[in-house]
Design a protein around this ligand. Sequence first.
Ligand code: C2O
Ligand code: CU
Ligand code: CU
Length: 530
Amino acid sequence: MLKRRELFHFVGAATLMASGVGNAIAAATKRFQHYPFDPIAAENFQQNLFIPVDSGPFGILDVTGPLTMRATPGSLSLLPGKPSPFLLYQTEQSGKSYQNPILRMNSGDKLKLTLRNELTEPTIIHWHGLQTPSKMDGHPASTIDAGKTFDYEFKVLSRGGTYWYHTHAHNLTAKQAYNGLASFFLVDDEDQRKLNQTLDLKLGETDLPLVIQDKQFNAQGQLRYQPNGQEAMMGWLGDVILANLTPNAALKVLPRTYRLRILNGSNARIYRLAFVKDKERLGFTVIGTDGGLIESPQSATEAFVAPGERLDILFDAGQAQAGEEVFLKSLSFDPMENEGDAGSMPGMGSSTSRLEIGADFNILKLTVGAGERVINKLPSALSRIATIPLKGANQRSIKLSLRGMDFLINGRKFNMDENAFDVKRGTREVWTISNPKVGMPHPIHLHGFSFQVLERMNSPRQIRALAKFGKGLTVSDLGWKDTVLIWPGESVRIVIDFSHDFPGDQVFMVHCHNLEHEDAGMMINYRVTG
Ligand code: C2O
Ligand code: CU
Ligand code: CU
């Protein structure tokens, strides 16, 4: 029973041993990691980070009226001289056209949007982290066929924060999201405006949405997505790391504070983020998580971000001298993948990514420019988080498990027409989500409501080391959350307030945001009723 990681080393070492090269492991590492856009090689980081402007790809779109969003085949130029086919959301407003627009709205505003499916297969949009009636949520049951349209209309109830939207097409989410159908949804409110004002931050200049993804490309520059048995079971990994769709991204910065709204938009890769100058770690400040700003800024030197999660941070580039380079990296970690007997079944294949899960690699190079250092005093309070009262909350256990090659929730695989349980509208529940030791980490995501993380229990050592906030919580667990990473052997308690104003039965879902797991059915419906 080999882990994906061990398989990688095993293959590398065996090849080199056969060719008689000494120091097999070190050489294997080198040999296997040398490829175009290899993110381990710092010298590769030469491409200017893509920064969104007010139109075009990932253009920032301040929504002022009804939109028609077309899901279409298209292409983006990511690799020099080789346009890559992509699936894109295209729309127009006030004479400007956008591909995968970064939608921006004020909390409380109404979104009216028609999705037109111009793909050759079914699709639907889900508003990740927003609270909408279930009919507007992009549940896979709402998936529309090619050529059809879907009308969305809902009020943006969420507080200010960095949300996102992506395809949730039944059984096609992983492939479609990987091929491009995803972007940011920024919600603005008083707290957000105040923060950006105080720190003199401007969206698109010093306040940067930053989506991190891993992809595989073939020699023609096309995205490759062909999971074998192993990859379908464990999740698809890429070996080219994209920051805002830029491979080996580099950005010139001034000696001042930048806000990075980080989204892990990868199918399955978990990142352990840190800023590193030579061998030295530089600190950063966490100001927000999935559902907007946390109460007060928290300094950190690293944080895990799992697929679906957001981390809103401030980085003071003035910590480095003019001319110095700082890398936003993913540090190495133990991926804790141990798929039991299933992973060594014949015909499963091994990971085709040249970048193993848990590897140490670079994501973005920051080069600090000359100029006077600007120091802005951080506000001590960012926002108010009303703690959900625990009194009278119902207890529920959500058990993740592995059966054969399937990861399950409460013993079930997704069944469109079945609700795993009912919750009573207006009640509060404490969920204990537990992950068995044999298996892998799962980022568990809830539709319909945000939650608060209460406690991590039995965490692995690499998580315990980051538990600085009592009850085993790490900085990634603070504030309002919609996705929480559960490590093998761990139990995580969350509290949810099932209050909303939507009438009648509302069916939402709980699922793993490893997108291969989601499509494979690591997903259940629950119904809000009464
Ligand atoms: Cu971002 Cu149901 O997912
Ligand atoms: Cu969601
Ligand atoms: Cu999972």
